[in-house]
Design a protein around this ligand. Sequence first.
Ligand code: SF4
Ligand code: SF4
Length: 295
Amino acid sequence: MMKECRFYKKLDGVGRYAANTVMCELCPHCCIISEGRHGKCGSRWNFEGRLYSVVYGKPCALADDPIEKKPLNEFHPGTRCLSLSCTGCNFRCLNCQNHDISQVLPSNVDFYELSPLEIVEIAVKHHLPGIAFTYTEPLTYYEYIYDIAQEAHKRGLWNILVSAGYINPEPLKEIVSFIDAANIDLKAFSDEVYQKQCGGHLQPVLDTLLTIKEAGVHLEITNLLIPGVNDDEGMIRDMCRWLNDHGFDDCPLHFSRFFPQYRMKDSIPTPRETLYLARRIAEEEGINKVYLGNI
Ligand code: SF4
Ligand code: SF4
């Protein structure tokens, strides 16, 4: 099951690009992908000059989760959802807790083969009122989400997006009309940290937050505080100030505790005091709903 991607263009005959080269326009990386190769996320492959989603219909993880685990604290609390993910991510976070599925190619893991309709039927069969696209970076399996989300709405299920929000505006605007709730990671209020820690940039994520809010989707934001990386008081204050200035004062903000893992095993867990300090700063800056996670 491979599906031709949306949001790409052929670069045949453009400048010095080899025949059959394409540019993926789904996320801000805008990968130039030559024939037989894949983009940074590992999910989108160039086959004979056409770009295909090779994870379409191949979820590597399915689970029944409480909605608070996403985390979503103010969207139908007490309910559960069908969590789903495929391999791949367009970030390279040094602290990724799901690196065994986010930083591998689909051929390196076991996966199910399930059509969008079959996914929805699993949720219905298990009386789960929503489907959460989560664990890795869902936006890299955009076409699969898009088709599942439409089927889910036909059956009255919610669609929940748990994402780092690194996507271009046009595809985002199209998918948000099928999303009922989102939790977006705001990893740091610093472009430099985004570059060093994740391999991306800050501004597209801020743009994603604004687009989701304007679309009226229920939105919660998570900021994982990592010692020495993004726990600077000034950075936390600047982030909260930006959120307040841009109308996110009533948007739930989750400060989450980091534990050493992946390429940051030598780090220390976030001291609890850092989380309490972050909450105080957020409240001082006018953020009304602050939650602490992983404590
Ligand atoms: S979605 Fe993947 S292939 Fe497309 S631009 Fe982003 S990283 Fe590259
Ligand atoms: S965005 Fe999430 S899934 Fe992707 S590398 Fe970072 S922590 Fe891992």
